[in-house]
Design a protein. Structure first.
Length: 469
């Protein structure tokens, strides 16, 4: 939670923000940005004269209002344009007492400040050219990141590598589009300024680049939202016990009574920087219990939605019975599955467990792992198989991965129009119609970085931020 203030100004307001929750931290940082940021702080700060100090300096002093001491503080000064927003920025580090914080905020309001809107600091950075729109969105993603992979993707986007690729691609298309437009102006002379062969090669190259970015969205979306892993199987196969062991928490009720899990139970686990959403489902069987049947229907729904399915089987059953259970399940085309042969601790001889594991792998051609969820046996090996099945490449800070659905939609639109451009060039249709699709492709790419924007897009982007960022 962040409370914020914006100082009123006839041309451009100045913004102030509290970046910590009062009472939950020893220090509260109050940020102020805008043309009057330094002047307003000078009105209540006794120490250095902030309007006369150098940028990027820190000063100790006291805050007063009507000769009443408010707090002892440290003030950092960042003068335009060398600041996060591109405006003058002040950061006041005060004590985290709710009373002190609220008093300082009230005094700033009395000095002419107002509460800031969500994302207003980053919106200023966008308007002043410090960040483009995709970089601004990455700031929100960094704040919301919950694992190393999410952080790497968001940080790479904020650094601007992704934006630069989009901008470079767009500029190359603009240069050729300008020549097409020029041809239209001289249509009566029947001249050709844009070399059609070079244009075809450029559009092909742009399509390939955009296609790579579109394909990366599958990976980016999975990393951003987590990989759904459905745990399915017959009642009493040990699904709930396995979930508890994987999560290292008693999330699911474990019982010998069949049908204990009537609905799905879901929780997340991070494995090597990737978030997995494990879903324990109701046991799959025929039953006359209406409530249990509803849970079983949901189990099949969750199974279809999962990127990975863990089929939990009782290893003590016959090979024919185990194969029949697997055969009865229907996996989606791109879906991965692992057979988990549970309850090996109940077998007289572990050698028999290894034999069953090998036989099931041969018969089903699926990854198989023998475990004992009860005794935590081979859980580490199962986790290794989960990582292998998902096959997420390790990301470096230079990898460009699309994780934003707005960007994905814009890329899809650009790709569609570039296909039409190529079709038009091959069919040698009028340059006027080719130009229409080229413009539409450029519009779509421009929306990603904010080179082409409207109020609805900006509102949608910045209202997702917390107040004060």
């Amino acid at each position: 939670m962040i409370d914020s203030l914006v100082v009123k100004h006839k041309t451009q307001d100045t913004i102030v923000a509290l970046s910590t929750v009062p009472g939950q931290s020893a220090i509260a940082v109050i940020r102020l940005s805008g043309p009057q940021a330094i002047a307003i702080t000078d009105n209540i700060f006794k120490g250095a004269v902030l309007s006369q100090v150098d940028s990027h300096t820190v000063h100790y002093g006291k805050l007063f209002k009507d000769n009443v001491l408010l707090d002892e503080v440290v003030v950092a000064v960042f003068k335009n344009p060398h600041s996060y927003t591109g405006e003058d920025v002040i950061e006041i580090s005060a004590h985290g007492s709710p009373y002190i914080v609220q008093t300082i905020l009230r005094v700033l309001q009395e000095e002419g400040a107002r509460m800031a809107r969500p994302g207003e600091f980053t919106q200023r950075a966008f308007f002043y050219g410090k960040l483009d729109l995709s970089q601004a969105e990455a700031v929100a993603d960094i704040i919301a990141s919950e694992n190393a992979s999410q952080h790497r993707i968001a940080f790479q986007q904020m650094r601007g590598g992704y934006s630069e690729r989009i901008k470079t691609l767009r500029q190359e298309l603009i240069d050729f589009a300008a020549l097409l437009e020029l041809e239209l102006d001289f249509s009566e002379e029947d001249v050709e300024f844009a070399n059609r062969e070079k244009l075809v090669a450029l559009v092909h190259q742009a399509q390939q680049e955009i296609s790579r970015l579109i394909q990366s969205f599958k990976l980016g979306n999975v990393i951003k939202k987590g990989i759904p892993v459905a745990i399915v199987g017959k009642p009493n196969a040990g699904k709930s016990t396995l979930l508890n062991v994987l999560l290292q928490d008693e999330k699911a009720i474990v019982s010998d009574i069949p049908g204990t899990t009537r609905d799905f139970i879901e929780d997340t686990l991070q494995i090597n920087g990737i978030t997995y959403r494990f879903i324990d489902t109701a046991g799959l069987r025929e039953t006359s219990d209406a409530l249990e049947n509803l849970g079983i229907e949901r189990s099949y729904e969750k199974m279809k939605q999962a990127g990975l399915v863990l089929v939990v089987l009782d290893i003590r059953e016959s090979l024919d019975a185990l194969c029949a259970q697997v055969k009865a399940l229907s996996f989606e085309p791109d879906q991965k599955a692992i057979l988990v042969l549970n309850k090996s601790d109940a077998m007289d001889n572990l050698c028999n467990a290894y034999d069953v594991e090998e036989a099931m792998a041969t018969l089903t051609r699926l990854p198989v792992q023998e475990v004992s969820a009860k005794q935590h046996r081979n859980i580490d090996k199962l986790i290794e198989k989960i990582e292998q099945a998902v096959q997420l490449d390790k990301l470096s800070t230079n990898d460009v991965v699309v994780s934003n659905s707005r960007h994905w939609e814009a890329l899809q639109e650009a790709h569609t129009h570039l296909v039409r451009v190529l079709e038009g060039l091959e069919q040698k249709i009028s340059g006027e119609f080719i130009s229409l699709d080229m413009r539409a492709a450029l519009q779509a790419l421009g929306r990603i970085t904010g080179q082409v924007s409207n109020e609805d897009i900006l509102s949608s982007v910045f209202t997702r931020f917390c107040i004060g960022k």
